[in-house]
Design a protein around this ligand. Structure first.
Ligand SMILES: *[C@@H]1O[C@H](CO)[C@@H](O)[C@H](O)[C@H]1NC(C)=O
Ligand SMILES: *[C@@H]1O[C@H](CO)[C@@H](O)[C@H](O)[C@H]1NC(C)=O
Ligand SMILES: *[C@@H]1O[C@H](CO)[C@@H](O)[C@H](O)[C@H]1NC(C)=O
Ligand SMILES: *[C@@H]1O[C@H](CO)[C@@H](O)[C@H](O)[C@H]1NC(C)=O
Ligand SMILES: *[C@@H]1O[C@H](CO)[C@@H](O)[C@H](O)[C@H]1NC(C)=O
Length: 449
């Protein structure tokens, strides 16, 4: 190994970037600095100013060095600005829960939805809070006139199927209320609320959850009047579950419902013939699903983002005219944040969840624009709200009680319970009768899928 004196090394490095006469250390540094900053500047300028045309920016052809897509923007943590109408931005409403209004919670797996679900039953400042008992997952959420005001796993159980999606809920909720609501209420207005999460984190979180034994195999996947069949959606595993599944195996199962789960669960699946896509190309199906999911998300009364707990709380309170007792907390650590994820894994996940990434990018822009709209309308910011305004409103009851919603559930913010298939929250199907977990095939046969 030959030792170089500093001057020599500099000289050698300089040759590649400067012409000989200017080959002096400082020129060289300035030159490199200028090149790097201008490239970075152009890149960021492009992200901020360009609107996507199809999948790539400026409609540039492949191979262009600055062709930016939704996915590049996603990976950079940026969003494209959409032009939303006022009606889409402003969802403010006065709920009358003692009247016709009912909250319907559409809970997508691994979106941090369990925590929000617990906030709704334990932490909402309403005249008729839910009555919850220790160790029982379901609470009783009724108004003074015995009207049910919340439909969710924590309030009613999975009455429309385990983690029922938009298609299942819109088909089932009204029928269920007609049978189970007090007779005095003849008509109801359903306000759908849901949560979304960074699709890569969500997907990895689902993989981790499946590794720990979750299957959601009791999900009915009901659509157009029947449950999906085994042929349409086969299980990815044989035997009881898919515990310990390695990443590559999880990625290689074509029927894995984890792929683009958020888009599928928000879309009207009737539009693509449910789970039988015979005669439809993937491109056509994807386009329809994404469009439908965006429309349904826009039409929801509210949606939150797990990455934005404070803004979510602000927007929910101001949109619904309801208030939480205790403030939401942003959890720092999740199972996923402790995982070692390589760049290659992320790339694979992105490729397989393209619809969810488009949906999420769209949703994030909509969410942030809604927050900004609400701030303008109210004349104060989210920070100001939490720093003085909200507390001032509470001046009467100064010893604000700490409500720890996670005390009522598991430790991890984004973790649904492993026993999601349990009978006490999902009375429709007897999947865990006698404490025995049946084989996947037995469940499918029993549920005539
Ligand atoms: C956004 O949409 C509105 C009407 O929907 C239109 O008047 C306005 O020009 C649009 N703005 C941009 C920047 O496209
Ligand atoms: C899907 O539907 C087609 C007819 O539309 C039918 O021939 C085919 O058997 C169905 N596939 C499955 C898996 O059910
Ligand atoms: C469960 O599946 C295994 C093989 O997959 C089979 O041998 C066993 O009999 C099944 N048990 C029940 C209860 O069906
Ligand atoms: C879902 O789409 C189908 C087919 O376009 C339509 O008939 C149905 O009304 C939609 N469902 C809802 C709840 O809007
Ligand atoms: C569920 O299983 C238990 C125990 O086998 C049985 O007593 C109960 O009647 C079953 N419930 C339904 C709805 O099938």
């Amino acid at each position: 190994m030959s030792k170089l004196v500093p001057g020599q090394r500099l000289h050698q490095r300089c040759v590649c970037c400067c012409w000989n006469k200017l080959c002096n250390f400082n020129y060289c540094r300035i030159f490199i600095f200028l090149v790097v900053t201008s490239i970075a500047f152009i890149f960021f300028l492009a992200v901020y100013t360009c609107k996507p045309m199809g999948h790539s920016c400026f409609g540039l052809t492949d191979g262009s060095p600055v062709a930016l897509s939704y996915y590049d923007a996603f990976l950079m943590g940026k969003v494209f600005k959409h032009n939303f109408s006022e009606a889409v931005l402003n969802k403010e409403r006065r709920l009358n829960l003692e009247g016709e209004d009912v909250l319907i919670y559409l809970h997508i797996q691994k979106t941090g939805g369990a925590t929000f679900g617990r906030h709704l039953v334990h932490n909402l400042d309403v005249d008729f809070p839910c009555e919850c008992k220790a160790h029982i997952k379901k609470c009783v959420c009724v108004t003074r006139n015995s009207r049910r005001w919340l439909f969710s796993r924590h309030a009613t159980g999975w009455m429309c199927g385990l983690h029922a999606d938009w298609t299942e809920l819109t088909d089932c909720v009204d029928k269920w209320f007609k049978r189970n609501d007090v007779k005095s209420r003849k008509h109801r207005v359903y306000h759908y609320i849901t949560f979304l999460r960074d699709p890569v984190k969500r997907f990895l979180s689902e993989w981790q959850h499946v590794q720990r034994g979750a299957t959601w195999k009791a999900a009915r996947l009901h659509c157009n009047g029947r449950d999906a069949t085994m042929e349409e959606v086969p299980f990815c595993f044989t035997g009881v579950d898919w515990s310990g599944v390695p990443f590559d195996e999880f990625m290689s199962c074509k029927h894995n419902l984890a792929f683009n789960r958020m888009t599928r669960m928000m879309a009207n699946l009737s539009k693509v013939n449910c789970y039988n896509r015979t005669g439809l190309t993937d491109d056509v199906v994807n386009e329809i699903l994404l469009k439908s999911a965006k429309e349904n998300l826009e039409a929801c009364a509210f949606f939150g983002l797990v990455e934005e707990q404070q803004k979510t709380q602000f927007l929910f309170e101001k949109t619904m005219g309801l208030k939480f007792i205790d403030n939401f907390r942003q959890k720092i650590k999740t199972h996923v944040s402790r995982l070692e994820i390589t760049e290659e894994m992320t790339k694979k996940v992105v490729e397989k969840n393209i619809l969810d990434i488009e949906l999420y990018q769209y949703a994030k822009d909509l969410f942030l624009q809604r927050v900004a709209y609400m701030e303008r309308k109210l004349g104060y910011t989210v920070d100001e709200y939490f720093n003085h305004i909200r507390d001032a409103d509470d001046a009467g009851d100064d010893d604000t009680e700490e409500v720890d919603v996670d005390e009522y559930g598991d430790e991890d913010d984004t973790d649904d319970d492993i026993d999601d298939d349990g009978v006490d929250i999902y009375p429709g199907k007897n999947t865990t009768a006698g404490g025995e977990i049946p084989n996947s095939s037995t469940v499918r046969l029993n549920s005539s899928r």
